[in-house]
Design a protein around this ligand. Structure first.
Ligand code: 5GP
Ligand code: ZN
Length: 124
């Protein structure tokens, strides 16, 4: 139970968190980008022709916690744009569900990148 800090760096890892497990390679995912700070993989239940999650490797709860590291928050945005350009025409919608009442179901911060078609305004 609880969070551990990797002895080789300062990345927080929660063994009970599904996205920490995906980052660790313990659960398969279709990765479309990875670097030292974030990974991006396709959502299991896509809501658009391109639906990718950009996920910081460091476990934090939501975008308000992520905002404590403005460079990392900016990097998530940059990677979202890169993914939308590589997999679609470059236009995209970026969504951070924050809190259960707003539809957040995985409490490891992630940006939804929706692209590749006319996007309806609606629930995610
Ligand atoms: P939230 O509702 O927290 O904003 O978004 C969580 C997203 O993660 C959902 O869109 C859901 O489909 C996706 N998801 C949940 N579990 C997995 C998984 O094991 N693999 C992948 N690729 N996506 C997942
Ligand atoms: Zn996590």
């Amino acid at each position: 139970m609880g969070m551990s800090v990797n002895e080789h760096d300062t990345l927080r890892h929660d063994p009970e968190c599904i996205f920490c497990r995906i980052i660790a390679g313990q659960i398969p995912s279709e990765r479309v980008h990875e670097d030292d700070r974030v990974i991006a993989f396709r959502d299991l239940h896509p809501q658009a022709p391109v639906h990718v999650l950009v996920v910081p490797r460091d476990h934090s709860r939501d975008v308000t916690e992520l905002a404590a590291d403005p460079q990392l928050l900016a990097h998530v945005t940059t990677v979202a744009g890169k993914v939308a350009s590589e997999l679609a025409d470059g236009d995209f919608r970026l969504i951070f569900n924050t809190g259960a009442g707003a539809g957040q179901t995985v409490f490891h911060v992630h940006a939804h990148v929706l692209a590749g078609g006319k996007l309806a305004e609606g629930e995610l």
